[in-house]
Ligand binder design. Sequence first.
Ligand code: PEP
Length: 250
Amino acid sequence: MSRTPIIAGNWKMFKTVSEAVSFFEAVKGKAEVAGVESVICAPYTTLPALVEAAKGTSIAIGAQNLHFEDNGAFTGEISGVMLNDLGVKYVLIGHSERRQYFAETDETVNKKVHAAFKHSLVPIVCIGENLEEREAGTTKEVCRTQTVAAFQGISAEQAAQSVIAYEPVWAIGTGKSSTSADAQDVIGYVRSVVADLYDQATADAVRIQYGGSVKPNNVAEYLGQQDIDGALVGGASLEPDSYVALVEGA
Ligand code: PEP
């Protein structure tokens, strides 16, 4: 089954509105490669300008988080209603920095996946083991637990549209990356977990990215692996030339 490769930049807490718009002007037309989906997950404050700039292009805009309730007394939070209203298409859910610094749990991740679908957003569900878990040999167990929890109550049709990002926590922003063979091994396993949860057709449809110190010079190697359908990229997505090279490299 052929799945469209997806390169998603995660800008984290970088870029003002004017920086975001200049970036977009620089990549427009270049980070638009036939057969590759290009997504920029940007800070909330830049989203209206980016959605406007992206009109008429094939680059999709994503948020980096959402609250699972539609509205209410949740100071500082942004809901799926609000993101949908802006015209955002994707949303990162359960990034390891959110799990680590903002106490997100498998339970809140699951609620957020439900909220994303409720508001027609495509979730990019982040999973992955930390260094301790890696060294203890529990990588696959951790990825299974996180995947099963994230998709609880989610239909096969919704799961098939989702994107999963396998990001070993020890490889994020560290310059250390998983080998492509190791990443393939875990991602192939995660696909089998989706098959167990649903069926083979759903597992064949879901796109699974690798993330963790992906750069223009190693992106092709990851995407050359059978089960790796793209990359979620932090640091190397911040500069226009580098981002274009990532999309071209896919
Ligand atoms: C990320 O932020 O999801 C990420 C993978 O970061 P980096 O590419 O910098 O490791």
